[in-house]
Design a protein around this ligand. Sequence first.
Ligand SMILES: NC(=O)C1=CN([C@@H]2O[C@H](COP(=O)(O)OP(=O)(O)OC[C@H]3O[C@@H](n4cnc5c(N)ncnc54)[C@H](OP(=O)(O)O)[C@@H]3O)[C@@H](O)[C@H]2O)C=CC1
Ligand SMILES: C[C@H]1O[C@H](OP(=O)(O)OP(=O)(O)OC[C@H]2O[C@@H](n3cnc4c(=O)[nH]c(N)nc43)[C@H](O)[C@@H]2O)[C@@H](O)[C@@H](O)C1=O
Length: 317
Amino acid sequence: MDEDQANRRVGPVYVAGHRGLVGSAIERRLRQAGHADIVTRSSDQLDLRDPRAVDAFFRSETIDHVFLAAAWVGGIMANDRQPVDFLQDNLRIQTNVIEAAYRHGAKKLLFLGSSCIYPKYAEQPITEEALLTGALEPTNQWYAIAKIAGLKLCQAYRRQHGFDAISVMPTNLYGPGDNFDLQSSHVLPALIRKCHEAKESGADHITIWGSGTPRREFLYVDDLADACVFLMQEYSDDMALNVGVGEDISILELAHLVAAVVGFQGDIRRDTDKPDGTPRKLLDVSRLQQLGWKARTPLKDGILQTYTAFLDRYSRS
Ligand SMILES: NC(=O)C1=CN([C@@H]2O[C@H](COP(=O)(O)OP(=O)(O)OC[C@H]3O[C@@H](n4cnc5c(N)ncnc54)[C@H](OP(=O)(O)O)[C@@H]3O)[C@@H](O)[C@H]2O)C=CC1
Ligand SMILES: C[C@H]1O[C@H](OP(=O)(O)OP(=O)(O)OC[C@H]2O[C@@H](n3cnc4c(=O)[nH]c(N)nc43)[C@H](O)[C@@H]2O)[C@@H](O)[C@@H](O)C1=O
């Protein structure tokens, strides 16, 4: 997309959650494409759980396009331990933003859901049609219910009011700007930190959670941002679209890959008292590929870039 196209087709844009993993990558992608008219607010400046504040914000700004990347987000343990935050805050944030965007005349909104909306034992790879065909994974059911409500609200606004609200369901994400806190993070940043700290301290092993047998698919966040900008331009439909790479890996294999990138040579042990979560989560991305988009960053390259960003942040703190 060149500068003219960027400004003609996407703008002025509000990136909700611009300090987070996804929001920062979307802002980066838009700026890289020459898009300068970007509106942002941190949660300190605008608490998206507050409907009056959100309404006043949309009333005071001219916003054509909304990327809704603000949410309560975390790994398997955070999801399990903070059910109210994952259900209630996410319901509030997304309802307030979708409603105010529509009411104040935004042309289009892109809502970010998650692959955890699908049933725990969905047939693999998971097609968009698997939605609501079976029971959810208990550790993240709260978050999944909120995300399902979000995609349904987008469909409802499209049906009742003709509002061009679309939804994307990304697989597990990672990249620069990730959360490296060992209690609340997702697995990939946790493994980077564990391997790095073990290497630095000379420890002879790291411990991963669960059996190591669950399989996950990992999408580099800059690829996701590229997909979001692409879909904001090219896609206007009811169906919530899967966004992934189309390949998965076991958690134990991932731990070995991260260890190799980081340069940690000790053992990898397993703590089977910790939850495994969904046994496998591989998205069917054929719909997205038919639209003309494909992920580009190989997992090993993405891990290296994420480790470099981690080292940069770690050395400054
Ligand atoms: N990370 C992943 O693996 C995946 C993420 N997703 C989805 O992508 C989206 C973004 O996730 P990600 O970037 O990883 O999450 P992060 O936790 O990195 O960022 C979330 C952002 O949301 C903002 N936010 C949270 N609560 C509020 C609030 N009350 N008011 C205003 N802003 C708030 C935060 O703003 P501030 O920094 O200003 O406090 C933060 O920057 C989410 O919808 C998530 O469900 C989907 C699949 C996988
Ligand atoms: C994106 C997605 O992310 C969440 O689902 P998840 O995929 O289960 O999340 P996760 O990345 O935390 O774990 C993946 C696997 O990895 C194992 N695992 C090993 N060792 C560590 C470890 O050290 N930390 C973590 N977090 N997991 C570990 C862990 O036991 C599990 O088997 C959803 O709640 C929801 O938020 C959502 O949508």
